[in-house]
Design a protein around this ligand. Structure first.
Ligand SMILES: [Zn+2]
Length: 163
């Protein structure tokens, strides 16, 4: 079992004002909604949690170290591209992903209609079949910042193994 490592990630972004016109990007997919998430990059909260889980599993720190939000290079960055770089770092070190489980936390939007599109977009970047990338969501029963619709949170867990 020594060739296996687990990692977890958590991220939060607040919603931008509707008049900011930012798209809502989740798992590399634009999801129709009346507002997008605020952030230095495209604010893809699910990919950010996923990248932190991958970096954590490989013992490589966190996305703040790899892609500092003070660096203009990452302004408006496509998080799917950043995920590609994280996967490059992992494979250079001899790791491959076994499976991943990503959970969006918030009241709206509902991601059910977009789940298969998200899996189809991100699973190949992880070197996975779609069935090995689980995408799910939960509400917080209208409690807290996610319950009030102030933002979205995401959690991710990944398992990696030595190639
Ligand atoms: Zn983030």
């Amino acid at each position: 079992m020594t060739g296996l490592r687990i990692g977890q990630g958590f991220d939060v972004h607040r919603f931008a004002a509707p008049e900011d016109g930012r798209p809502l990007v989740l798992m590399g997919c634009e999801v129709p909604h009346d507002r997008g998430l605020a952030g230095h990059s495209d604010a893809d909260v699910m990919i950010h949690a996923l990248m932190d889980a991958l970096l954590g599993a490989a013992g490589l720190g966190d996305i703040g170290q790899h892609f500092p939000d003070t660096d203009p290079a990452y302004r408006g960055a496509d998080s799917a591209q950043l995920l590609r770089r994280v996967m490059g770092d992992l494979s250079e070190r001899g790791w491959r992903v076994v499976n991943a489980d990503v959970c969006l936390i918030g009241e709206r939007p509902k991601i059910g209609p977009h789940r298969e599109r998200m899996r189809g977009r991100i699973a190949p970047l992880l070197g996975l079949a779609a069935e090995a990338l689980n995408v799910k969501a939960t509400t917080t029963e209208k409690l807290g910042f996610t319950g009030r619709g102030e933002g979205l949170a995401a959690q991710a867990v990944v398992l990696i193994e030595r190639i």
